[in-house]
Unconditional design. Structure first.
Length: 463
């Protein structure tokens, strides 16, 4: 039988079989005018049927928006009675329809009628609030409007005029549906808002949704501001660096491209292919970094360190026993056993030409001449002298600080005699001192294996 729907003081009679327009991922609320793009044949037939009758149409959302031809079981039971306001044909073949939501409706039965799906629907108004709920409903309405005003101020796609338009209405129901139509939430949540039992439930759900959305929008705004501030700072630094470069060039203080000089040094160094590729990649990153960046210093130190390592350079050895004895005697008094062991080593080296992985380990308390003996050995053989102090090793630490850098120096083929100095303990406990010495000897043994594998002619003195 025909039904009469009420909207404020207006009565809208409808037929008992209203044309149905299924909506995909869209929920329309009462009192809202919205444009729709219609392209499916069944939907176009429903629009034509509504225009031929009283322009009244039932707007119901699909449960699954992917279905092209929804049946009655694929549609929700709660929708909105709407009025077709305007229809325009687009060149693409689709039809643009402007519809106005009138009132909520509960579908009692879907009726297939040819190529048009129709439905029998009954009015679904809100339950009237009791006398004790009027004040609470009014308070909820004010809270929702205040939250919606903040929501719109944070949202970039909703014009600020929407708030004043919704606030100008004199009905709490109109305001609630106006807010629900503009809150960007999932389709399922919008459908639950439409199916609210009463105005108080609708306002409570809107308050919760707005609170969550406001928190998310605040976080998004904070992230955007931080990113924009970082970008502005980087652009500012780049602009100032370019200005400074131009000023130096105009003053004649530019000494050439430092990066080009580093590039030439890297290519001239004859590095291993893997090392050269990595170094050139770091150099390319350096060109794009602002000099004030902390990463710039790290990358620059890395490139300088790679260039400073003697990858292929070697020194010519002087294997003269008399010359070595003279230097040892001139530099040190006494220590006959130590000098004889060093001269024996040099004598064997002069006969065989190469000793792979041999280590001279000098052990003794501080100040007895271990480091100076290593310096004398280097001078006697005509090699460069390198000393790496490992002072600061604590009692509880058995591993040697700096082992990674020393191993890198050995792998790169460092020149000369390497002395690891400062391995000592402040604790008189012999067990602790023994543990530290064991660690030092383990380090020396590891170096011996590395030297033997690469056939480097090097001497390692642990002092």
């Amino acid at each position: 039988m025909p039904q009469v729907f009420q909207r404020d003081n207006e009565s809208i009679p409808t037929s008992d079989r209203i044309p149905v327009l299924p909506l995909r991922d869209v929920v329309i609320f009462p009192y809202v005018v919205i444009p729709l793009l219609v392209g499916r044949p069944a939907s176009l037939a429903a629009i034509e049927a509504a225009l031929a009758e009283d322009k009244i149409i039932l707007l119901v959302a699909q449960r699954d928006g992917e279905k092209q031809e929804p049946a009655a079981a694929d549609l929700h039971r709660t929708g909105v009675i709407g009025r077709v306001v305007q229809v325009s044909r687009l060149p693409t073949g689709t039809t643009r329809v402007l519809v106005e939501g009138i009132a909520r409706a509960r579908v009692t039965r879907y009726i297939p009628a040819g190529n048009v799906l129709r439905a029998a629907a009954a009015p679904f108004p809100f339950e009237g609030p009791g006398p004790e709920d009027v004040a609470e409903t009014e308070a909820l309405s004010r809270r929702v409007m205040n939250s919606f005003e903040e929501y719109v101020s944070l949202h970039r796609r909703i014009p600020a005029e929407i708030v004043s338009i919704i606030q100008s209405t004199d009905s709490a129901e109109r305001q609630a549906f106006g807010v629900a139509a503009h809150v960007a939430v999932r389709f399922e949540l919008r459908q639950s808002l439409l199916e609210a039992d009463n105005l108080r439930s609708l306002l409570e759900m809107l308050g919760e949704l707005l609170s969550g959305e406001i928190e998310l929008l605040r976080l998004e705004r904070k992230i955007d501001d931080d990113v924009r501030g970082a970008m502005f700072q980087n652009q500012r630094e780049f602009y100032l660096q370019e200005q400074l470069r131009v000023i130096h060039r105009e003053l004649g203080e530019e000494d050439g491209d430092d990066f080009a000089e580093l590039d030439a040094q890297v290519r001239k160094k004859a590095l291993p292919p893997v090392v050269e590729e990595r170094t050139l990649r770091e150099l390319r990153k350096l060109r794009r970094m602002p000099p004030m960046s902390p990463e710039f210093t790290v990358a620059r130190n890395f490139v300088d360190w790679i260039i400073s390592i003697p990858w292929t350079e070697r020194t010519d050895e002087v294997l003269d026993i008399a010359h070595a004895r003279g230097i040892l005697e001139a530099d040190h008094y006494g220590l006959d056993e130590v000098k004889d062991r060093i001269l024996d080593f040099i004598a064997v080296l002069s006969l065989v030409g190469r000793l792979d992985g041999q280590i001279l380990c000098l052990v003794g308390p501080p100040g007895v001449g271990k480091t100076s003996l290593g310096r004398s050995i280097a001078r006697a053989l005509g090699r460069k002298f390198v000393r790496m102090a490992l002072g600061g090793v604590r009692v509880a630490i058995i591993s040697i600080i700096g082992i990674a850098n020393v191993a890198a120096w050995i792998n790169a083929g460092g020149l000369g005699t390497l002395v690891l100095g400062g391995i000592q303990s402040d604790n008189p406990d012999k067990a602790v001192a023994g543990a530290l010495m064991s660690a030092a000897l383990a380090l020396a043994a590891d170096f011996a294996l590395r030297l033997a594998e690469r056939r480097y002619r090097r001497h390692l003195a642990i002092a």
